[in-house]
Write a protein that binds this ligand. Structure first.
Ligand SMILES: *[C@@H]1O[C@H](CO)[C@@H](O)[C@H](O)[C@H]1NC(C)=O
Ligand SMILES: *[C@@H]1O[C@H](CO)[C@@H](O)[C@H](O)[C@H]1NC(C)=O
Ligand SMILES: *[C@@H]1O[C@H](CO)[C@@H](O)[C@H](O)[C@H]1NC(C)=O
Ligand SMILES: *[C@@H]1O[C@H](CO)[C@@H](O)[C@H](O)[C@H]1NC(C)=O
Ligand SMILES: *[C@@H]1O[C@H](CO)[C@@H](O)[C@H](O)[C@H]1NC(C)=O
Ligand SMILES: *[C@@H]1O[C@H](CO)[C@@H](O)[C@H](O)[C@H]1NC(C)=O
Ligand SMILES: *[C@@H]1O[C@H](CO)[C@@H](O)[C@H](O)[C@H]1NC(C)=O
Ligand SMILES: *[C@@H]1O[C@H](CO)[C@@H](O)[C@H](O)[C@H]1NC(C)=O
Ligand SMILES: *[C@@H]1O[C@H](CO)[C@@H](O)[C@H](O)[C@H]1NC(C)=O
Length: 890
């Protein structure tokens, strides 16, 4: 490492010391920085000292160097450790790197206040801490970061006001505080002093309460202004028009009032993205948009705009999205919009538009989505619509469209939603041959005649079919049995004949009303000799199928009838193909079971995996039946083995399985019925707040139930769906877990896709499930921790209705970061005396909901820790709860 030339010894030594010293001190600085970081995934494994590894620190993960004053020495200029699952401390030691310019720690798990000490890094220009767990306020000393050009604190938990001190960052070009908890008014120094800004993002700070000051016009270099979903109110200042470089203007979802500045369209002619939707703006739509042709997205929806749309919109040759829905616009909808070459989305519903959809719509070759519902459009549906290959949604209900549907109306291979209900369409409904992705078809409230197209039965994902209130005749195509329809409404037509059996079970009966000639079980007219019912008894399989041909012969040719014969025969034998196993003498036939499940017996709105029904046995006992519809294919044998395993579980805190029933398209799980509904229903409703002793006992017993599943039963089981609505309570408030281990029944992939679609954002799901699809006991522990937080705080896990939409985990984690925060999260309706116990339980809940799975205790440890809390009461309060404790620990 000594230098190559040979100056006098002393100088040489001194020089070598300098070179070595500075770079090896950079290395040790980095190592010191690393030592304060928790690197769970070992991402920084090559950060090791040069004495044990030949890799130079400039080649370590995330490090970039520049050559410093002397050519042989390198200096760290950038550290980019984005997305490496890092946590721990951001140490100020890093500021000993004299030439550090960029620091990017985005997308990690740093959980601490803003690291002010980084202001000692004298050449730091970029500080990116976005998407971490940074909390606390922005102190006035933020002014110390004088050298910063880019400051990104987006997606953290920063609260409080934006301090005046931020005005000292004179060089700042990018300021991003998106998605934090910032409150109060935006200080005017931002607009006076930060004149170099090109990007200002204060969006998604719902606690802000601020106007947009007129001084905004001073930010003449601004290119992107993101202020959406924050608390901005008042009028849009006309000085905004001075920002001629603006390409993004997003003011949506605020509380802005007044009119748009008149010249908005023509002054801002570099705009690419313009959004003022969901405010309280009024007046007319500005003229002159697209004078610069750059506009790609234009949205003014959900305001109080009135008047007509200008014809000049035909200049918007790059426009992809156009949204004007939910306003008071009127007049003819500009025809030119329908043939813009790049348009993908047109939304204009809930206005007073008139006019037509022209044939030239076929030129909009990229059109994906059209929504025009609730206007006064009046024309035929153009054939050109059917030739657009990218269209997946066409919704134009509540208009005056008339004439016949063109035969190609559903030809787009992507089409999934069509709603033409409540128009004046007539003629026959064309066969739908090509739109195999159709999910929803609504043609209700028109004057369609003829038969229901049999091709509907060949649309594999059709789930919503509303043909009600037309003049359709003939019978209901038997093939519809094969679909998994969630809604099927053919009421108020002139249909006749027998109703396919499986269409009746599980769907409300009102979908058939107003067709006096339909017959079948559950309808007013039972099928007579000529109209056989499709009975589950399965006796007259052949006759039934034969007579059902007779029913359709009237409408279809013999050949078509033959196909149908085959199909009905097949689907019928499916309906008969019931297997059932009862683990308890239920004395109820499969037929009674299935007929008993209807609107009246349905509970709630059904969970992710299916609806629950409560049925009464002949003995007057009640049972709960869960109908599973989303499951993968598996053999009856393997299913039986799985369910029998689950049925063997006997624990006082796990719901009893009474039996099950199975056919190709549904599984019914039969459980004991509990009177007090679920913990979610009781957690803290004003009328029935559970007292703390009851809550603690519930927590202990649920923990014991889970510990049993995880450790004691053979094979060990995971619950995988722990949440307060899956904890049922009996008359004595003894909790019982339900909906457990459904993955064993529906199969892993069906389970996973249901979880993915239904509860991806549920706060009960452990964070690691997003990237680690393998289920673990620690994920159950996390979910249990969320339930425990609900018990301690009296807050429901997720509340969407109120403005305070944080889920309970985020809410608590934020609060407990503050001084005295812990006692602030406790349910105020519980008496003070229980506070100490509640704090202890809160501590356990926080451990369970740790972001890091390996830091969570096991369910057995949790159960023991909770029992310990309970037993300490007895020391203080022996008389009252000794008996209770006895029953708990038994
Ligand atoms: C970094 O690694 C590359 C390739 O492995 C090598 O060429 C380069 O010299 C190394 N840089 C330093 C400073 O060690
Ligand atoms: C973060 O951790 C998860 C699981 O612990 C892992 O799947 C993922 O790859 C890690 N990310 C990185 C960038 O190492
Ligand atoms: C900060 O880092 C994130 C993640 O890498 C990135 O998306 C974002 O653009 C960065 N911020 C700035 C201002 O460059
Ligand atoms: C903002 O700029 C003004 C005028 O240049 C200056 O007096 C003031 O101190 C600045 N504010 C901050 C917080 O630096
Ligand atoms: C919007 O402003 C109105 C009147 O100024 C006020 O009553 C309302 O609470 C505000 N709404 C929100 C969401 O800030
Ligand atoms: C139709 O739009 C009007 C506003 O133009 C609105 O008041 C009405 O509620 C809408 N009707 C439906 C059914 O959405
Ligand atoms: C179809 O439009 C009608 C009327 O606007 C609406 O009530 C119905 O919910 C829509 N159906 C679907 C499936 O969106
Ligand atoms: C259905 O047809 C009958 C007679 O053909 C007619 O009187 C009635 O108005 C029609 N109903 C609808 C909704 O078109
Ligand atoms: C079926 O359609 C009729 C008429 O459109 C409507 O009154 C009824 O509520 C609908 N039934 C269901 C279950 O959607």
């Amino acid at each position: 490492m000594a230098s190559l030339f040979r100056p006098p010894l002393l100088i040489s030594l001194a020089f070598a010391f300098f070179v070595l010293g500075s770079s090896s001190s950079e290395e040790s600085t980095l190592l010191a920085f690393k030592s304060s970081i928790d690197d769970l995934t070992n991402s920084l494994s090559n950060w090791v000292s040069s004495s044990s590894s030949p890799i130079h620190f400039c080649n370590w993960t995330g490090i970039s160097c520049v050559s410093s004053s002397s050519p042989s020495s390198l200096s760290v200029s950038a550290i980019n450790l984005q997305g490496l699952n890092l946590s721990g401390e951001i140490s100020s030691s890093i500021c000993e790197l004299p030439r550090l310019v960029h620091l990017n720690l985005a997308d990690n798990q740093f959980n601490q206040p803003i690291p002010l000490h980084l202001s000692q890094c004298s050449s730091l220009e970029t500080l990116n801490l976005s998407n971490n767990l940074i909390w606390g306020t922005i102190p006035d000393q933020i002014s110390l970061f004088r050298s910063l050009i880019v400051l990104d604190f987006a997606k953290n938990h920063i609260e409080g006001k934006i301090p005046e001190g931020i005005g000292a960052l004179k060089n700042l070009q990018v300021l991003n505080l998106r998605s934090n908890l910032i409150s109060g008014r935006v200080p005017s120094v931002i607009f006076h002093n930060l004149t170099e800004l090109t990007v200002l993002d204060l969006s998604e700070n719902s606690y802000l309460m601020s106007d947009i000051p007129n001084e905004i016009g001073k930010l003449v270099k601004l290119q992107e202004l993101w202020l959406q979903s924050s608390g901005f109110h008042g009028e849009i200042p006309s000085s905004l028009l001075d920002l001629s470089s603006l390409s993004v203007l997003d003011l949506s979802q605020n509380n802005l009032t007044g009119k748009l500045p008149e010249m908005m369209g023509s002054s801002l002619n570099n705009l690419v993205f313009f959004d003022v939707s969901v405010n309280k703006l009024m007046g007319s739509f500005p003229n002159g948009f697209c004078s610069g042709k750059s506009l790609v997205s234009l949205s003014v929806h959900t305001n109080f705009f009135t008047g007509t749309l200008p014809d000049s919109l035909n200049k918007c040759l790059n426009l992809e999205r156009f949204e004007v829905q939910n306003n008071g616009f009127s007049g003819d909808f500009p025809k030119s919009l329908w043939s813009l070459p790049k348009i993908k989305l047109i939304r204009a519903e809930n206005n007073g538009f008139s006019g037509e959809i022209p044939e030239s719509i076929s030129m909009a070759a990229h059109l994906e989505q059209v929504q025009l519902d609730n206007n006064s459009f009046s024309s035929k549906i153009p054939r050109g619509l059917g030739s657009i290959r990218s269209l997946y949604r066409f919704s134009a209900s509540l208009n005056l469209f008339y004439g016949e549907l063109p035969s190609n109306f559903c030809d787009s291979p992507l089409m999934s939603i069509i709603n033409l209900s409540h128009n004046s369409l007539s003629g026959r409904i064309p066969e739908l041959k090509n739109c195999k992705k159709l999910v929803s078809l609504s043609l209700a409230g028109n004057s369609f005649t003829g038969v229901i197209p049999t091709s509907l039965a060949d649309l594999p994902v059709l789930t919503y079919l509303d043909l009600s209130d037309n003049n359709l005749t003939g019978s209901i195509p038997r093939g519809l049995e094969n679909l998994k329809l969630a809604l099927f409404n053919v009421s108020f037509n002139q249909l006749s004949g027998a109703v396919p059996f499986s269409l009746i079970s599980g769907l409300p009966a009102s979908f058939l009303q107003g067709n006096p000639d339909l017959c079948g079980p559950g309808l007013q007219t039972p099928c007579s000799q000529g109209h056989p019912t499709n009975h589950v008894s399965g006796l007259k399989k052949m006759t039934c199928a034969l007579i059902s041909i007779a029913c359709v012969l009237g409408v279809l040719s013999l050949a078509a009838g033959f196909v149908l014969y085959y199909r009905s025969f097949k689907s019928k034998s499916r309906v008969d193909n019931w297997h059932s196993v009862y683990f308890y003498p239920l004395r109820i036939s499969e037929h009674e079971l299935i007929m008993g499940m209807n609107e009246k017996t349905a509970q709630g709105h059904g969970g992710a995996f299916g609806q629950v029904f409560v049925l009464s046995l002949p003995s007057r006992e009640l049972i709960a039946v869960k109908k599973l519809v989303n499951f993968g294919s598996r053999s009856w044998k393997s299913l039986k083995v799985e369910v029998e395993t689950l049925a063997k579980i006997r624990h006082k805190n796990i719901i009893k399985f009474l039996g099950f029933c199975y056919s190709d398209d549904a599984i019914f799980l039969i459980y004991e019925f509990l009177h007090r509904r679920s913990l979610a229903d009781l957690i803290c409703r004003n009328d029935s707040c559970l007292n703390w002793n009851v809550r603690l006992r519930i927590a202990i017993e649920v923990a014991q139930g889970l510990a049993y599943l995880h450790r004691d039963c053979v094979p060990h089981l995971l619950h995988r769906n722990v949440k307060s609505s899956n904890i049922l309570l009996d008359a004595d408030f003894v909790p019982k877990l339900t909906d457990f281990a459904l993955h064993h029944i529906v199969g892993e992939s069906a389970f996973h896709s249901t979880v993915a679609s239904e509860s991806a954002h549920s706060c009960y799901i452990a964070p690691e499930y997003k990237y680690n699809k393998k289920a673990t006991a620690q994920m159950d522990v996390y979910s249990f921790g969320v339930v425990l937080l609900e018990l301690v705080t009296g807050r429901q896990a997720e509340r969407s209705e109120s403005t305070d939409s944080l889920d309970v985990v985020q809410w608590v984690r934020r609060k407990v970061n503050l001084a005295n925060g812990a006692s602030q999260v406790l349910d105020p309706s519980v008496s003070e005396q229980s506070q100490r116990q509640m704090l202890e339980a809160l501590d356990i809940a926080l451990q369970c909901t740790s972001m890091m799975p390996e830091k969570r205790p096991s369910m057995l440890e949790v159960a023991k820790a909770l029992q310990l809390i309970d037993s300490t009461t007895n020391l203080h309060d022996v008389a009252s709860s000794a008996a209770e404790d006895e029953s708990v620990s038994s």
